[in-house]
Design a protein around this ligand. Sequence first.
Ligand code: FE2
Ligand code: FE2
Length: 149
Amino acid sequence: MSSLTPTFHARAERIHREHEVIEQTLADLELNLERMTTHPENGEPAGMVCRSGRELAKVLPPHCKREEEDLHDVVADVSPQLQEFTRLMKEQHQTLMARLNEFVAVLQTFESNPGAPGGREMLIQEGKSLVRDIRRHVATEETELKGFL
Ligand SMILES: [Fe+2]
Ligand SMILES: [Fe+2]
């Protein structure tokens, strides 16, 4: 987009790089959630799940804020379609943040009492569902905003 400034392009590229980091964290999280299922006797995957969950809780909120300011708010002016798309993405941010907070709460409960009935299953179930939804959100942004990133 030639009408957009070099500063915009640099910021958009940063968003793209952050997506790659988030995707990697999601892949690690998914792998260890799977290992928790297949190797229930091994405590290591659960520790890795908690680490990845905390990492996501650290990087996702500032990413979303930056993305809204540096990317969404700028491309929204390009067309009514992009305005609608970015509105939808911001709405999804709210939902994803709430889900992420819930996941961190589940994770903390599990860590404080790993043997509690159902805690382990809850962590796996919530984790897998969160991975799926964040991944879908990031993939949608990458596809729909490909020309900007
Ligand atoms: Fe986003
Ligand atoms: Fe994003």
